[in-house]
Design a binder for this molecule. Sequence first.
Ligand SMILES: [Zn+2]
Length: 258
Amino acid sequence: MKVYVFADLEGVAGVCKFFQTREEGPPLDAARELLTRECSACVDGLVDAGVEEIYVRDSHGRPYNFVPELMHPAARHIVGASGAHKPILSECNAVILLGFHAMADTPDGVLCHTQSSRRGNKFWYNGRESGEIAQQALIAGHFDIPVIMVTGDDATCREARDFLGEGPVTVSTKTGLNREGAVMHAPALARQRIREGAKEAVARADECEPYKIDLPIKGRLWYPSKATADWRPIHLGTRVDDFTIEATFETALDILQF
Ligand SMILES: [Zn+2]
């Protein structure tokens, strides 16, 4: 079995402020260590379950956040890549979303956003507002790969169940009080649960379906201000009003190409 882990930073235990996720310096360095240790805990669980090949992809911001010395030696980690990782993903049997966060404007979503935490943009596919959990699940689903585990705050776990059903294991790392406040689990406890969760997720993988929606996909990207929408170059699709771009995607692989 080959497992592919998408690793984001906002959902990691110990992280609840945007300055921990954006600005170079000691807070981001500490968050990178927490992230890499959670990834390694996940890899421990996958090794416990007998997984032979494990890839961990840095999916946060400028994607070179891992502390290499802390990465589990059983994992191959992918950094600095954008679309170039997809051939590796396409060969995998299961996906894990680690350290994820809820979609933009989720009331109890710690550091919630969809793609851009500064611009406040939102995405819809076939009329359903979708966050990054659904986006990555759709891309995995294009290759017929199911998501088998999602970790992050309680809102992330709830959103994962809303979109993916009860098949995937969810592991909560914190409970949101507001966008930058949380009741936090200790990182050591979160890592223990992530390790156990990853092992259970492999055992339950048969209960998880690839996430797919009808093709072609009607996509909508909305900005809360005209100035922000004006700033964004349109790669694909049509600007339908001051705030909104719409596009039709032939496959789920293209959904982030607006
Ligand atoms: Zn992120």
